[in-house]
Design a protein around this ligand. Sequence first.
Ligand code: KG4
Ligand code: ZN
Length: 362
Amino acid sequence: MSTHILGLETSCDETAASVVRDGRTILSNVVSTQHDLHERFGGVVPEIASRAHLERLLPVVRAAIADAGITLSDIDAIAVGNRPGLVGSLIVGASAAKALAWSLNKPLLGVDHVQAHLYAASLYPQSEIQDLKSEIAYPALGLVVSGGHTSLYAVRSTLSMRVIGRTIDDAVGEAYDKAAVILGAGYPGGPNIDKLARQGTADPRKFPRSMLGKESLDFSFSGLKTALLYAVRGTPLGRGKDARFERDHTALSEPERADLAASFQHAVVATLLKKIERAMDQLGETGERPNAIIVGGGVSANSLLRERLYAYADSTDTPVYLPDLAICVDNAAMIAGLAHAKLQAGQTDDLTLPVIATTAMH
Ligand code: KG4
Ligand code: ZN
């Protein structure tokens, strides 16, 4: 008998629902993005996000059930991303999940969104032949690169991991989104910079790579962002909020914009790869040498990062697990998938499940 879990995800600006079979096969993956609602404010407006989740969640859930070709009575458990995120947004998903679990009399599972990003690489689209993917051999090194997180983990199992490095300022996705504003690449930032970068030529010496000392596994992207800002706009005249610039991205030719995007992308990806190498070495020295690398989060869709990770896998004989492109960014399949492992481990929740703004994965 297979197990069907319905997952809900409302932590930020995507309203998502998905049905996953046996923690492996995605039967449906419905995502309603709110990008259009927030674009003109230059960031996610929490009140608008909560209201939109409220309007969209039930139609999204109905679509996820219908796409999966099942009915509500076939669902064995309800999972919801209950942390981290915008509290008002999380409440919408958690309340709906509780109501569904209570009315269907099925288990409820709260899932950490960041941990779920690392589970995404274990999921298959329904069309894929299952035995092609191998099981992850733990211990593994985990890297979450999203709009809110850039962290490295020593992963002991699907449900057990500890943070070994994190960003001390901007998350890498955030750096991409800001780079897109600086280069006038529009919204969504990450994919647009990725595309623009592919049309340019990277100068590896153009931008700094912040390594934060010889041993550090932490990340810093704010220096790179400032270096890009000055490269595009020139040296600022004045300081702080009174700073004015000589020009903006409209003064650049298309090839110049593309080259800057390529150099930015090169610096980001080189930094991520360097920290992965360091983490592999350091864990090796303590007897925890990872057998695999698992990557997740929106930036794991990045074309250069994927290319470099696969090259690293080849040259070091270390398998690298990356999510399918459709489930790199926020989705509910990763929530339903990870929930299956929690269900098997007996880690269910009750109707007092809280929503929490921060991750448990510090
Ligand atoms: O995981 P995610 O959907 O949301 C968070 O949990 O934060 O990640 C969204 C982030 C955004 O910052 C977006 O610009 C970035 O992922 N992103 C990319 C690419 N696709 C999405 N960054 C670089 N290259 C991409 N192809
Ligand atoms: Zn996310």
